[in-house]
Design a protein around this ligand. Structure first.
Ligand SMILES: [Zn+2]
Length: 247
């Protein structure tokens, strides 16, 4: 009993309190909750490790059907998305019970958690991290981040010598430009690819504080140029090599 108490106490100190899920609409089944917990816990631990504030709870407004979701969305948000969105205004994730529900909740959960720390993170970084986290596999002892099943082949279809150039186009895009062509936009593939590359190279945790605290006269490309060894030319070359070499 005493050992158990000690373990619980240590767990609380190391990992913090578990994230409370507020569910004002549909409840989650045990299976659905089990499917999203590892991802959300991982995201919380990730931002805590970087020293950023994290929320104690997030609100997940889940509708039973697309129709109900869509009519709520029209009344409450400018987001034009069929799957789900995070509303900073209402402080809640809004979605519906689609086949993608667990992935959507982890994706939008990252937006909710990231934006507790920063009001306006770079769009490519915010989306790229969400895309990375939603693909997390937690079945083994360590979480695994496999190459994205749709985006990897898309990136590999680019002409020779164009991968790095193409991916880096996403970096200075503002929110409106990024989302102009909706969820099918190639920008999601680009954002995922850059974050995935930085992640695999062990650079993401060093880059995030630099990107979020960049001097006002610098843009995100400028920060990457300054922070990446060899600057943008090296980053462009190494992105090409990384994806062509078979990730
Ligand atoms: Zn998103």
């Amino acid at each position: 009993m005493r050992v158990l108490l000690l373990l619980l106490l240590l767990g609380g100190v190391v990992w913090g309190k578990p994230l409370q899920l507020e569910l004002p609409q549909e409840k989650l089944t045990r299976e659905e909750e089990n499917a999203i917990r590892p991802g959300l816990d991982y995201i919380l631990a990730f931002y805590r490790k970087l020293g950023y504030p994290t929320p104690e709870s997030i609100r997940l407004r889940i509708f039973a059907t697309y129709r109900e979701y869509d009519s709520w969305r029209r009344g409450h948000s400018g987001a034009e998305t069929n799957g789900g969105y995070f509303s900073p205004l209402y402080g809640e994730v809004v979605t519906w019970r689609s086949r993608r529900l667990p992935k959507t909740l982890v994706h939008e959960g990252n937006h909710a958690i990231f934006r507790t720390a920063f009001n306006d993170p770079p769009t490519w970084l915010n989306e790229g991290l969400s895309e990375l986290f939603e693909e997390m596999e937690a079945s083994g002892s360590l979480p695994n981040f496999p190459p994205h099943p749709q985006y990897t082949p898309r990136i590999l279809r680019l002409p020779k010598g164009q991968i790095g150039k193409d991916i880096l186009q996403v970096v200075n895009m503002n929110y409106a430009t990024y989302h102009k062509s909706g969820y099918e936009s190639h920008n999601y593939a680009r954002a995922w690819a850059l974050v995935y590359f930085l992640w695999k190279k062990g650079l993401i945790e060093r880059m995030i504080p630099k990107l979020l605290n960049r001097p006002p006269q610098e843009d995100d490309l400028g920060t990457l140029h300054r922070a990446y060894l060899g600057g943008l030319p090296a980053l462009e070359r190494e992105l090409e090599f990384f994806f062509r070499a078979g990730i």
